[in-house]
Design a protein around this ligand. Structure first.
Ligand SMILES: NC(=O)c1ccc[n+]([C@@H]2O[C@H](COP(=O)([O-])OP(=O)(O)OC[C@H]3O[C@@H](n4cnc5c(N)ncnc54)[C@H](O)[C@@H]3O)[C@@H](O)[C@H]2O)c1
Length: 318
């Protein structure tokens, strides 16, 4: 019996919130030398830089992607480089350039080399105010009002186009807000749900930029990483969807999160001063129906609010 060949992976946006942890998980699973991390301006942590190959690329420059893919004989790309929702509203041109032209370059590099597989996350930002907000269906209205959301919908469609037109194996999920303790989030609307932990430990006080009753779907990083890897390892013949799987784990309001943290840090004072991000949050779903992901590749989240808060605080206190 011959052993299954390990994939040769490139991660873009590897120094970001998801990339920094996903890269280490991929290295643990497939071998350090088989996973090349690529960063842009964000400085990589020593752990990321020293545990395997690290290169700098700009995804808006196709030749810089090609150089790394060819140098390392890459056959799988986890494409995480992006401009997120809040930064995207401040810099819409940059968001379009990185999220659309960057993705187009990645897909073209993969297509030209044939057999290169791609993972590219979408987001709940693909939905908009006209989308049903409770238990948002897989197939629904996609009319986002942010530049980030526009690029996510167009990105899903582009990925699916490459699958149907060129047979490119490209897969993706619509992540909810991701909570993690390793790398701070990079300018999204759900950042408050991470920031409150840091501030609760450091200052026992947090001013939240959305209203107390704002409910959004969220996911803890271990589930986020497992979801990406499990989808990429799923049997292609079982997939009816490709780049747009709804994915869910938990939903809670900003107030419920503060109350759960208070069980561990009773002195915490949380105040609410909504800013421009409130409007973005109000245009997103409150909960997500992820039955397609469950049926087609066996998705099942492991963390709910209580377990996530306990684990986050434990990790951050270390
Ligand atoms: N974090 C979340 O809550 C969340 C939720 C839904 C979807 N997503 C998606 O997951 C992916 C990763 O998100 P994240 O939270 O890790 O983002 P992040 O902002 O933390 O990291 C993105 C990385 O992209 C890099 N980058 C920016 N411009 C680049 C360029 N021109 N070339 C190469 N790299 C560039 C940045 O340096 C940064 O390190 C994105 O596609 C994002 O839309 C994230």
């Amino acid at each position: 019996m011959c052993a299954r060949k390990s994939p040769r992976i490139m991660v873009t946006g590897a120094a970001g919130q998801i990339g920094s942890e996903l890269t280490l998980a991929l290295r643990g699973r497939y071998g350090n030398e088989n996973v090349v991390a690529t960063g842009h301006k964000t400085k990589p942590s020593p752990k990321l830089r020293d545990s395997g190959p690290f290169e700098f690329i700009d995804v808006t420059r196709r030749e810089s992607i090609e150089a790394v893919v060819d140098k390392f004989n890459v056959d799988t790309i986890y494409h995480l480089a992006a401009i997120l929702s809040a930064v995207g509203e401040e810099k819409p041109h940059l968001a379009w350039d990185v999220n659309m032209n960057g993705l187009y370059n990645i897909l073209e590099v993969a297509r030209e080399r044939q057999g290169v597989r791609v993972f590219c996350p979408s987001s709940i930002a693909a939905f908009g105010p006209e989308t049903p907000r409770e238990n948002t269906p897989q197939e629904t209205v996609l009319r986002p009002k942010t530049m980030y959301g526009v690029t996510k919908v167009a990105g899903e469609l582009l990925c699916d186009y490459y699958f149907h037109r060129y047979g490119l194996d490209v897969r993706g999920v619509r992540y909810p807000g991701i909570l993690s303790s390793e790398t701070p989030p990079g300018g999204g609307t759900t950042d408050y749900a991470c920031e409150i932990f840091y501030e609760a430990i450091k200052h026992k006080r947090y001013t939240c930029f959305v209203r107390e009753d704002t409910v959004l779907p969220m996911m803890y990083m271990p589930d986020c990483i497992r979801g990406a890897i499990e989808l990429m390892e799923a049997d292609l013949s079982q997939l009816k969807h490709h780049a747009d799987f709804n994915l869910a784990a938990m939903s809670f309001s900003a107030g419920e999160l503060a109350a759960e943290i208070k069980k561990h840090i009773p002195e915490l004072i949380c105040e609410y001063e909504p800013d421009f991000r409130q409007q973005i949050a109000d245009s997103w779903p409150r909960s997500i129906d992820d039955s397609a992901a469950r049926e087609e590749w066996g998705w099942k989240p492991q963390y709910g609010l209580e377990a996530m808060v306990t684990d986050m605080l434990e990790n951050l206190r270390k």
